[in-house]
Structure formats: structure tokens, C-alpha cells
Design a protein around this ligand. Structure first.
Ligand SMILES: [Fe+2]
Length: 287
């Protein structure tokens, strides 16, 4: 088969939509093309897919080590483990030493067009920072913590670092491409090391303004059959409030070496603190 066996459509302001049936035999060269497009565009979107969990695993295996099913939520449901509340901007597991690398979601039962996930591009923004602001954060480190509430920003300069947290440079090299990533986010980043409160908050506010400018955001409205793969380091995401909608189910496969439960052994699969945590406004209780 030739390259014409699939169609590619760049999305704005970033991402690539690809037309192909992923549960059928894939054309020669397609899988390498997928990886190349992913590294360039950070997000791939496919529509009208019918994929089993095994089909989705097979596609994700092109990108790295798929996290096993043990101790991992492979189906997320708004009436299940991860709750139905809004989630403000974050990167999954940014407060651990091993954030998920890649996340994929396949909509198996959603309310067509009613729910959305939005994406911000921390690589594009890093490349476009005003010179003076880039200079201000060069060689600085930020503190990123587990957010006790996920629906809004509740972490700040005084947030305790007794909570699970990471201290890392604001600009990190992307693990696959080496590009600088502005790896801070609204939900989880509490402060910049070595700055007093006023300077830290003012600098973070300016960086967040750059990250979340409306014309830099891609918002995906979910329809049944949609399949989205995104880079959890290069992109950060947020989701709408699902409360009151019919429950939705998404099939989730991620690229990571460790699960949430491997990294945070104080929690166990099925722990009802986690669904409460994802349900908007309820504070996470840590041991
Ligand atoms: Fe997330």
C-alpha cells in the first residue's frame, strides 16, 4: 500500500488529525510515520475508531513501554475511579519523579460533543517566551506538588513540601526530542525556588498567561469513536465538569514505567479517596 492509504490534516494551533482505520492491518511505513508526526505535533487525533483494548495497546507500543494493566485504570468513567469534577491544567503525575510520558484515550461511550479536554503546548510556549521572561527563569527551579484539590488552583507559595512533590528546572529538555519544555502548570506548581513570594507569584502569573493564552489552546470535544494520543510532558491538559452528564467511558492506555500506585504506595487501586479527589472541590486526604 502507498502513503495514500491515510490522510493527514494539521490542526490549529497544534496537533495532527489522521484518517485511517486502526483496527485493520496498517500500511507499510505507517507506524514510523506515526512516531515522527507525534514527536513533531505532540498530539494525534483519529475519529470513528472501533478499537479493543488490545488494538489500542498495539498502537501505543510504537511509542514506548506500555504500562501494564495491573494497578492501572484502563477504563476511566465519570461515575467511577477518577471522578466527574472539572480538572484544571495539569500534567499527570508531574509531582513524581516519573510523570506519565504519553496518554491515550479512546471514547467508547461518551455523550457526543458534550464533554471536552483542552491542551496547552509547553514546548511551543517555551520557544516563544519573551526574552526578558526567559532570562528571569533561566537556571531556576520550581516546586510541583500533588494538588489536594484538582478543580482549581489551591497550591501557592506556602504549600507544604511534606506532600509528594518534585523540584526541577522550569525549563526541562524533552525526554524524546530534547526541546525545552516549560514544565510548570496551574494546578500543581506552587512556587519558584530562590524567589520571595511576590516575585514568585508574579513570575508564575506571567508564565501562566503565556501558557494559557486562548489562541494557543486546542480544545477537543469528545465524540464516540475518537482516539487521542498526547505527549504528557510537552502538553498539559484540563477537562470540563462532567457532573450531571450521563456517565461517560474512555479506554485509557499510557506509556510509563510506573503507575500512580507504584509511585504513591500510600494509595491502593480502588481507594475511594481517589474518586472523591476527582469529583470537584473535595480535598485529598493523605496519610
Ligand atoms: Fe490528567
Amino acid at each position: 500500500m502507498s502513503r495514500n492509504a491515510w490522510e493527514e490534516r494539521p490542526l490549529a494551533p497544534f496537533g495532527m488529525e489522521i484518517d485511517i482505520r486502526l483496527d485493520a492491518p496498517l500500511p507499510d511505513g505507517f507506524e514510523q510515520r506515526l512516531v515522527d508526526l507525534f514527536d513533531r505535533h505532540k498530539m494525534l487525533i483519529f475519529r470513528n475508531q472501533v478499537m479493543t483494548e488490545a488494538d489500542q495497546v498495539r498502537i501505543l507500543e510504537n511509542f514506548g513501554r506500555v504500562l501494564g494493566a495491573h494497578g492501572e485504570y484502563r477504563e476511566i468513567s465519570s461515575d467511577g475511579a477518577l471522578g466527574s469534577g472539572p480538572l484544571t491544567w495539569h500534567s499527570d503525575l508531574a509531582f513524581t519523579e516519573e510523570p506519565y510520558k504519553i496518554i491515550s484515550l479512546h471514547a467508547v461511550a461518551v455523550n457526543d460533543g458534550e464533554s471536552w479536554t483542552a491542551f496547552a503546548n509547553s514546548v511551543d510556549v517555551a520557544a516563544r517566551l519573551p526574552e526578558e521572561l526567559a532570562g528571569k527563569i533561566r537556571d531556576r527551579q520550581a516546586v510541583t506538588v500533588i494538588a489536594p484539590i484538582q478543580s482549581s488552583r489551591v497550591v501557592d507559595y506556602d504549600t507544604s513540601t511534606e506532600m509528594p512533590h518534585q523540584i526541577r528546572p522550569l525549563l526541562i529538555p524533552h525526554p524524546r526530542t530534547g526541546e525545552p519544555v516549560l514544565y510548570i502548570n496551574w494546578m500543581q506548581t506552587s512556587r519558584i525556588e530562590g524567589m520571595d513570594r511576590d516575585e514568585s507569584e508574579a513570575t508564575l502569573a506571567r508564565l501562566f498567561d503565556e501558557l494559557y493564552r486562548e489562541d494557543r489552546i486546542y480544545t477537543h470535544h469528545w465524540n464516540n469513536g475518537d482516539f487521542v494520543i498526547w505527549d504528557n510532558i510537552a502538553l498539559q491538559h484540563s477537562r470540563c465538569d462532567l457532573t450531571g452528564m450521563n456517565p461517560r467511558k474512555l479506554q485509557r492506555i499510557v506509556i510509563a514505567d510506573k503507575s500512580f500506585f507504584d509511585l504513591l504506595p500510600q494509595f491502593q487501586v480502588g481507594d475511594n479517596r481517589i474518586s472523591a479527589w476527582g469529583s470537584g472541590g473535595k480535598e485529598l486526604v493523605l496519610d
